[in-house]
Design a protein around this ligand. Sequence first.
Ligand SMILES: Cc1cc2nc3c(=O)[nH]c(=O)nc-3n(C[C@H](O)[C@H](O)[C@H](O)COP(=O)(O)OP(=O)(O)OC[C@H]3O[C@@H](n4cnc5c(N)ncnc54)[C@H](O)[C@@H]3O)c2cc1C
Length: 336
Amino acid sequence: MKIAVVGIGVAGSYLLSRLKKDHEVIGYERMTQENHDSICAWGTIKSSMSELCSKSDIDFEKHIIHDGKNLYIDMNNQQRFDIKLKGLCTYDKIGLINDMAKGCKIHYDVEPKLEDMEKEFDLIIDATGFYRPYLPKIKKDFFLPTYQYKILFENEVPLDDFYVKPFPGMTGYFWYFPLGKNMAHIGAGDYKKQHVQQTNEFLKKYGGKILKTVGRPIRLATPDLCEPFYHGKVVGVGESIGTVYPLLGEGIIPSMVCADLFVKNIGNNEQYRKDVLKYFSVYAKVLHFIKTKMKGEFSAMKQLGELFKIYRYMKKNEERFGMEIHMRDLMKVAKA
Ligand SMILES: Cc1cc2nc3c(=O)[nH]c(=O)nc-3n(C[C@H](O)[C@H](O)[C@H](O)COP(=O)(O)OP(=O)(O)OC[C@H]3O[C@@H](n4cnc5c(N)ncnc54)[C@H](O)[C@@H]3O)c2cc1C
C-alpha cells in the first residue's frame, strides 16, 4: 500500500520503521527539520522500550541518557517518600525518532491537505498527537495544559534522580527528569492551571539556564472517549486517539503499543478499533479515578475498590511501569 504518516512523533516514526519493509510510506511533519523536536519530558521504561524497538531492529539502550534508581515524591512538603525504580530512564527521544524514520522520505514544515493526500494514498495515518486534524473532533475530550523547560545547570544539579511533586487534589504534578550530568527537564501539567507558576518557582529556587521552553495540552481522554479512530482513508494512531496513561501522563509506550495494534490489523479498521478498546479498557477506569480526584469528588470509602483494581493492574505490570508499586504509596497520593 501507499501510506501517508502525518506527524513524526513517537507513534509516527515507529510506524514508519514498522511499515517501511512492506509498504511505500511517506512521512509529513509540520515542524522544520532543523527544529524538529519532541515536546515531552523524555521519561520511559527500559525493558518495554527495548522490546518494542527490537521489532524495528533498533537498540534502545544506546539512546538512554539517565538510568533512574529512585523517584522522590514530594507531597507538598508534608511528606516525602521514595519509590525504588526498576527501569525508569530518560532517553534521547528525538534521536530515537530520527533513527526510526531513517531511510524514509519525510516532508518537513508542512501540514498536508486531506484532499491532496486522498488522491495519492491508500491510507492516511493521523499520528499528530493532541491535534488530530484529519479525524472528526472528539465530543468529550479531556486534557491538561503543560509547560516545560530544558535546563542547563552550570554548577551543581539540584537533584540526582527523578523527582515528582503532585499538586493538592491530584490536579497535576511538577516533574524534574534528569538529562545526564548537568541538564534536566523541569515542567508541570495542571488541571487548575498552576503549571507555569510551579515550574517558575522551582527555577527561581534552584537556578539554571533555560535552553528551551515548550508547552502543549496533553490528552487524558482515553481511547473509549476518542472515537472515531478511523474515518474515510484516515486512521488515528497514538495520542490522537487517547493512548496516554492518565495517572502518570505517560504516552510514549502506549502510543507505540497502539502502533503495533495498527500494524497487526492493517487493512481491518474495525478489528483495530476493537483491539485498541480492549487493550486500553483499564485506562478508562484510571481516568475515572483521576477525574473524581481533580474535581474534588473522590470518596475513599466508595472508591476503595476502584483504587485497589488500579493498584492490582500496576502491581501486575511493575516491570512495565518501571518502579516498585505499593498500595501504601498509591493511598498517600490518593489522599493528597
Ligand atoms: C510536556 C509533556 C511531557 C511529557 N512527558 C512524557 C514522558 O516523560 N513520558 C511519556 O511516556 N509521555 C510523556 N508525555 C506524553 C507523550 O509525549 C505523548 O503522549 C506521546 O509523545 C504521544 O505520541 P504521538 O506520536 O501520538 O504524538 P506526538 O508525540 O505529539 O507527535 C505528534 C507529531 O505530529 C506533528 N504534528 C502535529 N500536527 C501536525 C499536522 N497538522 N501536520 C503535520 N504534523 C503535525 C507534531 O509536530 C509532532 O511531531 C508528555 C507530554 C507532554 C505534553
